[in-house]
Design a protein around this ligand. Structure first.
Ligand SMILES: Cc1ncc(COP(=O)(O)O)c(C=O)c1O
Length: 482
């Protein structure tokens, strides 16, 4: 028998607004909860004294209601024990067949964005499965060290209150140091804004920069999270195709009204190409001339296996027209929901206001743990270990592809990141479905297309797959031809 009951909203009883006595309202509220299953047979009700006190009504009012409910067989009083929903009532599940609406509902929202109302629009990438792209190896995360830091931080009362919307200052400082040293980003901690993953950073950029009628240029194929964030009502997304595996700079319009260009220059998502320094400088020059802000999504640069990754575009020149986006989803773990945005100093206030509207502060405890993890050198150590670990998996996957698939697919992969692409003409949705049935989560390359898909294949995440899963998954893929 349970005592935790869904009665919190009963305090809303109000005889003046409802035109009904308190007794009638309380009777209706309790009987309705029993009928619709929110109160289940055997649930214990609070004592009449407690309920009266909680609701601010006379105890006699509650006693009269209990009496009526008992007379009607809804509840039973058991001396020296308490008052219960009558256990002999048939169990009613709250999820039982839908009941007709008591009042006509306002209409469903009109789909301001078509994909919002598409069934299953959230996509299969929400599942943590072998070959699902974008997932780090959760089994290799140093949970014991993380938990120790969590334990140290969780008893700090200083972390229980409100803090800066922009983000916990020690974390902003740690990120700024890291980005300056590892990614060549030019930034002061005051330019760093902590977000709920890269996704919130992208949404805030869209909200600050875009109005109906505006245009955004976006790599195609490209990251769907960016497409979803930037596709605001009335905003036109203009796909810029790739030259094989990188953004095709020759296809950028010389004259454009576009406000933003989204790109992943250090490891094109999903095709993996890298814009070299001269291409980066050319892109920056184009953006300055065209009056377009570049969104540089630097989502997995920590994992380049053979060479150090090229420095971020943001830091290549003074006053680069770049909004730099990063995330801890790959370097730590996605459920942390921590990302960051580096913006020019004169945009910081506007982003802070927006952040206040979006979510207010980011959870302080997690920010403090992350800051300590970085400051104590554990972040750098973890990245070093994961770089090796993922390199090993990448090599194994490449070997398995070679051995088991021969030349059936074209492997599109730099020695970097957490995924690669197997490209080939054909029905990639059917291949993804086939692998899905076998318990693997690769995505169809055609799903990443903004315009009509021209390229097909499978995007395969390997970081979160064990060696056995990599071997067995590629064997599964080999069956596609059998
Ligand atoms: C291209 C790209 N950018 C950013 C992210 C990270 O997104 P978030 O920080 O919202 O988890 C991902 C994750 O898969 C990604 O693939």
């Amino acid at each position: 028998m349970t005592t935790s009951l869904p009665l919190n909203d009963l305090h809303l009883l109000d005889p003046i607004r409802s035109g009904q006595s308190l007794q009638t309202q309380l009777y209706q509220a309790l009987s309705q909860r029993i009928l619709d299953g929110r109160l289940q047979p055997g649930d214990r009700l609070p004592s009449s004294r407690l309920l009266a006190k909680d609701l601010g009504v006379a105890r006699n009012t509650v006693l009269a209601v209990f009496e009526q409910l008992q007379a009607e067989g809804f509840i039973r009083h058991q001396p020296r024990s308490g008052t219960y929903v009558d256990p002999r009532l048939p169990a009613q599940s709250v999820t039982d067949a839908p009941k007709p609406a008591a009042h006509p509902r306002p209409p469903r929202p009109r789909p301001a964005l078509p994909w919002l109302h598409r069934p299953g629009a959230a996509g299969r990438e929400d599942q943590n499965r072998p070959f699902t792209p974008g997932l780090p190896d959760h089994h290799a995360f140093p949970l014991a060290s993380w938990n120790r830091l969590m334990h140290q931080q969780e008893s700090r009362t200083a972390l229980l209150g409100y803090d800066s919307h922009q983000g916990y200052p020690p974390l902003r400082r740690a990120i700024a140091d890291y980005l300056r040293q590892s990614r060549g980003v030019r930034c002061h901690p005051d330019q760093v804004i902590i977000t709920a993953g890269a996704q919130q950073a992208l949404s805030m950029i869209a909200e600050l920069f875009l109005h109906a009628g505006d245009q955004v240029l976006i790599e195609d194929p490209g990251y769907r999270g960016a497409r979803f964030a930037l596709a605001r009502p009335g905003v036109k997304l203009q796909p810029i195709p790739l030259a094989d595996t990188v953004l095709d700079l020759d296809r950028l319009p010389t004259q454009t009204d576009a406000k933003l260009l989204y790109c992943t220059p250090t490891h094109q998502y999903p095709l993996g190409g890298i814009l070299d320094i001269s291409q980066r400088l050319r892109l920056l020059d184009w953006a300055a001339r065209a009056g377009v802000w570049i969104i540089e999504d630097d989502y997995d640069s920590e994992f380049h296996f053979s060479n150090k990754p090229l420095p971020a575009m943001q830091g290549l020149i003074d006053d680069a027209p770049v909004l730099y986006v990063g995330s801890f989803s790959k370097t730590l773990f996605p459920a942390l929901r921590l990302g960051y945005l580096v913006v020019p100093a004169d945009l910081v206030d506007a982003f802070n206001q927006l952040k206040r509207i979006h979510t207010g502060e980011t959870p302080l405890l997690l920010q403090a743990v992350t800051a300590a993890f970085i400051d104590q050198g554990q972040f750098a150590r973890h990245l070093r270990r994961m770089r090796q670990h993922y390199h090993g998996k990448w090599q194994l996957l490449s070997e398995q592809i070679e051995q088991q698939l021969g030349g059936q697919f074209r492997t599109v992969a730099e020695s970097a990141g957490m995924h690669l692409v197997l490209e080939r003409d054909g029905d990639d949705q059917a291949w993804a479905y086939q692998l899905d049935k076998a318990g693997y989560g690769p995505l169809a390359l055609s799903d990443y297309a903004l315009a009509e898909p021209k390229r097909t294949g499978l995007v395969i995440g390997f970081a979160n797959s064990s060696e056995a899963e990599i071997r067995a998954g590629i064997a599964e893929l080999a069956k596609l031809n059998a």
